[in-house]
Design a protein around this ligand. Sequence first.
Ligand SMILES: Nc1ncnc2c1ncn2[C@@H]1O[C@H](COP(=O)(O)OP(=O)(O)OP(=O)(O)O)[C@@H](O)[C@H]1O
Ligand SMILES: [Mg+2]
Length: 298
Amino acid sequence: MSDCHIPGIEPVYSGKVRDIYDLGDALLLVATDRISAYDVVLPQAIPDKGAILTQLTKFWFEQLPTSIEHHMLSTDAADLPGPFQAAARSWGPRFMKVKKLSMVPIECVVRGYLVGSGWKEYQDRGTVCGIGLPTGLEEAARLDHPIFTPATKAEVGDHDENISSEAAGGLVGDDLVRDLEQRSIQVFEFGREWARERGLILADTKFEFGRVGGTGTPILADEVLTADSSRYWPADLYRPGGSPPSFDKQYVRDFLSSSGWSGAGSPPDLPPAVIDGTSQRYQELYHRITGESWSGKV
Ligand SMILES: Nc1ncnc2c1ncn2[C@@H]1O[C@H](COP(=O)(O)OP(=O)(O)OP(=O)(O)O)[C@@H](O)[C@H]1O
Ligand SMILES: [Mg+2]
């Protein structure tokens, strides 16, 4: 399902993955099966992806300590206004009614390992988001402590940019950045321990927070510890010195780069085997994290 439109009701926002409806005092987040790479939405959808992302996020919200306030209000169609109920039932378990927040305009990235854009910056400058790290680390090296490495939240069509905590403080205030850092690391540590007990490494992840009316306590929002927002590796395949296979979009990215596309111009069509292989990876991550098989959920 690549869009979740309701006849006669316009979404207030359509992101790369989610269609969002305004319910007055709340929002309805609907995760479609769209998949993006290099910030471009690919032509094919991945079966069940949106439902898996929503259900995994719901799972984490239910596991997290209650001290971490989150935005989930309900995943029951009966709790939606009348005009939304029939559509929501037809979508399957891909929607979540959430608190309407004013989002803090930075992405709260936490890294436990040196990969991706962090590895790139480390190779160039020996730092990640301005944080100095020991010399001689290999790609995918485990860091002694998880680090908070914020990024700007790019406008549509643009790429997020890694920034220092000082620069993040300049954007939203130092006190708020310290609070977000502490919350982000706490959720990351919780997720990483959970994952570790299940044979998975949570290498890094991205959180988004928002505040009611733009003030007060930051509330954990958006999607949480999913394959789209995080890099998970099977622990038994982990070797520093290269990027281990992951449950995130790496599989699709590998296909895209083998076909010669790296973000410029129109993306190629995904062959059925790549679509299926991607769906299988999302399902397997759900199974490994929750202990429940995905099949039969939709
Ligand atoms: N509780 C909330 N209140 C308001 N906005 C939210 C809430 N939770 C998530 N969001 C916003 O909803 C959007 C989710 O849509 P989606 O994930 O498709 O966007 P994206 O493609 O990742 O990012 P974007 O299009 O914003 O660059 C994000 O912009 C996110 O910041
Ligand atoms: Mg998003």
